[in-house]
Design a protein around this ligand. Structure first.
Ligand SMILES: NC(=O)c1ccc[n+]([C@@H]2O[C@H](COP(=O)([O-])OP(=O)(O)OC[C@H]3O[C@@H](n4cnc5c(N)ncnc54)[C@H](O)[C@@H]3O)[C@@H](O)[C@H]2O)c1
Length: 264
């Protein structure tokens, strides 16, 4: 490792994957620690956060775990205060938590409460965490916010039914990213978005092998990605190598968004 994030204080929400596998949050946290960052692992489950902290420390990394619900403003406020109290600053915020809350469905089948819950989990959470961390970034003289969106927020997928709330929330993250980039450029704070494709993470591990094969086949590069693929994108966008990049949307999707077959 080459210290690409040396001494940066990096907050990752939903850092400790929902199972033993490596989700995007866990990959970001582990890679950032290996690159010299000090990690703030935000997770609803204190136990999973502690396990990841121990894993990072066993490799010689530095991390604190903070158990919190990202949908609660007071939790995000307390998290930012604890991070600054422990490490003295916040440089990077990765808004990684995401997924469907409640029952997903197309608009006619969707319960209003589930719509609100999914927006809260994916979109409001990113606003709340950003609002809590921005003052520390301003005090530090700059920072980097990274939102984790999805191809589902940019593409209408006919076979991917029932994702109305999730898709709307992930599309909303694109707008939030652009607003953050515009409003805080004057403070040296960058905001970018990773548009994640069909990566194999704990979020989708309940899908069978046939679904996995279909997910791989729809991608021009003909294989699923891994949490690590997203993690490396995060390392770059969070690092000073990306100091002139803000308001960008980086697809990490094996070409799904921008590369098409063209029958002739
Ligand atoms: N896997 C895919 O194919 C795919 C595709 C596109 C986008 N994504 C996005 O990638 C991200 C997936 O992240 P992951 O792989 O780390 O997921 P994950 O589900 O493995 O881990 C997320 C963690 O967040 C925690 N969490 C859930 N709700 C929380 C809350 N309210 N407050 C605090 N913590 C909470 C969970 O306990 C879990 O530990 C999501 O934003 C998802 O929308 C995934």
């Amino acid at each position: 490792m080459t210290g690409r994030l040396q001494d940066k204080v990096v907050v990752v929400t939903g850092a400790a994957s929902r199972s033993e596998g490596v989700g995007t949050g866990k990959a970001m946290a582990i890679l950032a620690a290996r690159e010299g960052a000090k990690l703030v692992l935000v997770n609803r489950s204190a136990e999973r956060g502690q396990t990841l902290k121990a894993e990072i420390e066993a490799e010689g990394g530095v991390a604190m775990s903070f158990a919190a619900d990202v949908t609660q403003a007071s939790d995000m406020q307390a998290m930012a205060e604890a991070a600054e109290a422990r490490f003295g600053r916040i440089d990077v915020l990765c808004n990684n938590v995401g997924g469907s809350a409640g029952r997903s469905g197309s608009v006619s089948a969707l319960a209003e409460a589930d719509w609100h819950a999914t927006l809260a989990l994916n979109l409001t959470s990113a606003m709340l965490a950003s609002k809590a961390c921005l003052p520390a970034m301003q005090r530090a003289g700059g920072g980097s916010i990274l939102n984790i969106s999805s191809v589902v927020g940019v593409l209408g997928l006919m076979s991917h039914t029932g994702a109305a709330a999730y898709a709307a929330a992930k599309a909303g993250l694109l707008g939030l990213t652009l607003s953050l980039a515009a409003d805080y450029a004057k403070d040296g704070i960058r905001a970018n978005c990773i548009v994640v494709g069909t990566v194999y993470t704990p979020m989708v591990e309940s899908q069978g092998t046939e679904a996995r094969a279909r997910r791989a086949a729809m991608v021009p590069l003909r294989r699923e990605g891994l949490g690590w693929d997203v993690g490396w994108g995060m390392v770059y966008l969070a690092s000073d190598e990306a100091r002139w990049i803000t308001g960008a949307m980086l697809p990490i999707d094996g070409g799904l968004l921008n590369v098409r077959d063209w029958p002739r």
